[in-house]
Write a protein that binds this ligand. Structure first.
Ligand code: ATP
Ligand code: MG
Length: 284
């Protein structure tokens, strides 16, 4: 797996940012009041990045992702993708959510992957089928192309959702806690598979989690957000951690640093009490 991470793009600053998030404030207006979800959040994502938004519940991670997807307009600031201002959803940004039961149950696995390609008129039926089979093979589900979603495990549904998103060949893949509903072992396996897939396909990823461990394994760069409203606390370079690094000294140090940065002023733990991470703390 090291090769996966060592293969990361050259110095980010030498490249133009693909996604430019500039002082973005996001608000929800309810009849009673205005909820400010994020305050002047800025970050740049470069081609081939696996960029992670990490922070406690309510710090605006999902809101930020929805805004990049074009579902929520910033009240202040600007989001640009490939130089174009983001103002509405588009096929260049595909979101994978936590709930894999979003796969329509009356469509086979292959039809599920083909659907967005056909609905967006990206491809004709024949090419869409070829593309769907190509990505199903990439996620190891070629043999299940004609199966229906209810016959699949949670991990397999996750793979279909990823294949469906990648088949659209978006400029950026957006994932909001995509593995949170899976059991711990399947979650670990999906993280590993996502890295393998990235190594083969080299997509650009914006990934939301509130697990420090998952952020360090999946990401090459991590943006730490503090809550109410979400602001940038720090940016961490997670390269070159992977699943083999778990429990290693460097991994522990970085995890602890992140942990300290995410403590609020009262010293309360603000992130998911990750079991592995507690092990790390106890051993020190
Ligand atoms: N539809 C909504 N209407 C009003 N306020 C909202 C709405 N959705 C989210 N919020 C508020 O915006 C803030 C950010 O919410 P968001 O869902 O983006 O957080 P999050 O970081 O994704 O949290 P979690 O880790 O729990 O998913 C929270 O204070 C939340 O209460
Ligand atoms: Mg969320």
């Amino acid at each position: 797996m090291n090769a996966v991470l060592q293969g990361h793009t050259a110095s980010a600053s030498a490249l133009a940012a693909l996604l430019h998030v500039d002082k973005v404030s996001l608000e929800y207006k309810t009849p009673q009041r205005v909820v400010r979800a994020t305050h002047e959040v800025s970050f740049d994502v470069y081609p081939g990045d696996r960029f992670v938004l990490l922070g406690p519940s309510g710090c605006g991670k999902s809101t930020l992702l929805k805004s990049v997807a074009g579902f929520i307009e910033p009240s202040d600031g600007e989001i640009r993708l490939d130089g174009q201002r983001v103002s509405e959803p588009g096929p260049d940004r595909i979101v994978v959510f936590q709930e894999f039961d979003q796969l329509p149950p009356w469509k086979t696995v292959k039809q599920n992957v083909m659907f967005p390609l056909l609905a967006s008129r990206t491809l004709k039926r024949r090419e869409a089928e070829e593309r769907a089979l190509h990505y199903l093979e990439k996620v190891g589900l070629a043999a299940f192309a004609d199966a229906y979603p209810h016959t699949l495990s949670g991990g397999m549904k996750a793979r279909v959702a990823i294949a469906r998103a990648l088949a659209m060949q978006p400029k950026i893949l957006l994932m909001d806690e995509p593995f949170a509903a899976l059991d711990a072992l399947t979650r670990r396996k999906m993280q590993e598979e996502l890295l393998q897939l990235w190594d083969e396909v080299r997509f650009t990823l914006l990934f939301v989690t509130h697990s420090i461990e998952e952020a360090l394994v999946v990401g090459n760069r991590i943006l730490l957000l503090s809550p109410h409203p979400g602001r940038v606390r720090a940016e961490i370079n997670a390269h070159p951690f992977d699943l083999n690094s778990l429990g290693g000294v460097d991994f522990q140090h970085t995890a602890q640093r992140i942990h300290r940065l995410l403590f609020d002023e009262d010293g309360e733990l603000q992130v998911e009490p990750d079991l592995r991470f507690q092990d790390i703390r106890i051993s020190n």
